[in-house]
Design a protein around this ligand. Structure first.
Ligand code: FAD
Ligand code: EPU
Length: 341
């Protein structure tokens, strides 16, 4: 067995039968074929910043380390073809240094570029779908490589086709980004609204986003975590009206389709759970939506804490939280909601 602790940001004491760094497509095909022949389960990882390993993984973990960035441009756009193993934050930093705006609101999100489309990463008013031109995919069963357009990816809030029809047997090997040269700042969210729209630069937004994130979110190097543990719940207008009667100050975000997004962090916070500790796992003091490996947590500590939070929030608000983090069991991904039910 090999130690998985350094390869996922929760830093839990778990192992895998084998861990392999994938640096080219042929190697990826070979590893897949080998595992098929020996009937070993496979899990693909970028930087492991959105996963919870429930126990030792009885199979092979492939680490996406397909590197390389190509930059082209025309009169109106910059085009970046980014291989899947590139680090997302380094890509954002590099683009700003090159004078290419558009990714600054997505600074400091951990993980690989090839993982960004899967849950359509988002922060501070921008989502991956806003900058995505195409996603390049390898079909492992027939070795076909094809591109999905932005529309074909079916992006939604923390959702895409890569969690559904293309969830197994496909690997994202590269992403194509299209960034408009007529750059416009996105200053919709939080303290960004205070910046001067006519004078602000992409670098200033990048700096502000990094500063806000550092003040709220734990650095996985200090306390293991996987960012927001739960998704923000999206409820019907009627359900929101019911909640608002009792909680008039509840933060809420009306969606284009008439539904309303609630703030899971606020719901958890209202239950008095900030800082709450169960075994080695705890609710982060600065952001209740983040669960941390406070002190040598085990996978069970995190699962029990998530169960406790989900029950408390449901008892108080009749809203059932769903994990954002992907749960990996002994042989592959498992249903995360069932695991904490
Ligand atoms: P991993 O965790 O390695 O993988 C995630 C899932 O995708 C797994 O199921 C894996 O099997 C699968 N997978 C990985 N690579 C591929 C591939 N190439 N092809 C097919 N399947 C693949 N997310 C946000 O959206 N917004 C935020 O603001 C944000 N902030 C965060 C802050 C912190 C401190 C942390 C720790 C996480 C945060 N996240 C955030 C979550 C995380 O950064 C993103 O989900 C990120 O895209 C995960 O990338 P990864 O490479 O680590 O993916
Ligand atoms: N809030 C509280 N208490 C808390 C946490 C939040 O009252 O402990 C309130 C805040 O005051 C605010 C609201 O809840 O009114 C929303 O909080 P915040 O702005 O911190 O954002 P979030 O909804 O908790 C989401 C994403 C983050 C993303 C930020 C910024 C999800 C699940 N999470 O968090 O993404 O960085 O917005 O855009 O959508 C991630 O996905 O891993 C992640 C970190």
């Amino acid at each position: 067995m090999q130690n998985l602790q350094p390869f996922h940001t929760f830093s839990l004491p778990v192992q895998a039968q084998k861990i392999v760094e994938i640096t080219n497509i042929d190697q990826l095909k070979q590893q897949w074929a080998q595992c098929q022949a020996t009937q070993q389960p496979i899990v693909l990882l970028g930087q492991g910043s959105n996963v919870l390993f429930l126990r030792d993984f009885q199979g092979v973990v492939l680490l996406n380390r397909l590197m390389g960035i190509q930059h082209t441009q025309d009169d109106n756009f910059h085009y970046l073809h980014v291989n899947g193993g590139e680090n997302w934050h380094q890509l954002v930093t590099w683009s700003i240094q090159q004078g290419i705006g558009g990714l600054e609101n997505l600074a400091l999100i951990p993980g690989c570029a090839g993982s960004a489309p899967i849950q359509n990463i988002g922060a501070y008013g921008v989502e991956f779908k806003d900058v995505c031109d195409y996603v390049e995919v390898l079909n492992l069963s027939n070795h076909e490589i094809f591109r999905l357009t932005n529309a074909q990816c079916q992006f939604g809030y923390r959702d895409s086709i890569f969690k559904h029809a293309y969830a197994t047997g496909y690997v994202i090997i590269a992403v194509g980004l299209k960034l408009c040269k007529a750059w416009r700042p996105v200053l919709k969210y939080g303290s960004l609204v205070e910046l001067d729209k006519s004078a602000v630069s992409a670098q200033q937004i990048f700096d502000e986003v990094c500063a806000i994130r550092r003040s709220k979110l734990p650095d996985p190097a200090e306390f293991g975590n996987a960012g927001s543990f739960f998704k923000n719940p999206v409820v019907s207008q009627a359900e929101f009206a019911r909640l608002q009667q009792d909680y008039p100050n509840m933060p809420h975000f009306p969606q284009a389709d008439g539904t309303v997004k609630l703030a899971a962090g606020w719901l958890i916070d209202q239950c008095g759970l900030k800082g709450y500790q169960l075994g080695g796992a705890a609710v982060h003091q600065q952001q209740a939506l983040v669960l941390i490996n406070r002190d040598h947590a085990t996978s069970s500590d995190i699962v029990e804490l998530a169960h406790h939070i989900r029950q408390k929030v449901a008892q108080r608000f009749a809203v059932w939280l769903q994990p954002e983090v992907r749960f990996i069991g002994e042989y592959g991904e498992v249903n995360s909601e069932q695991a904490i039910a």
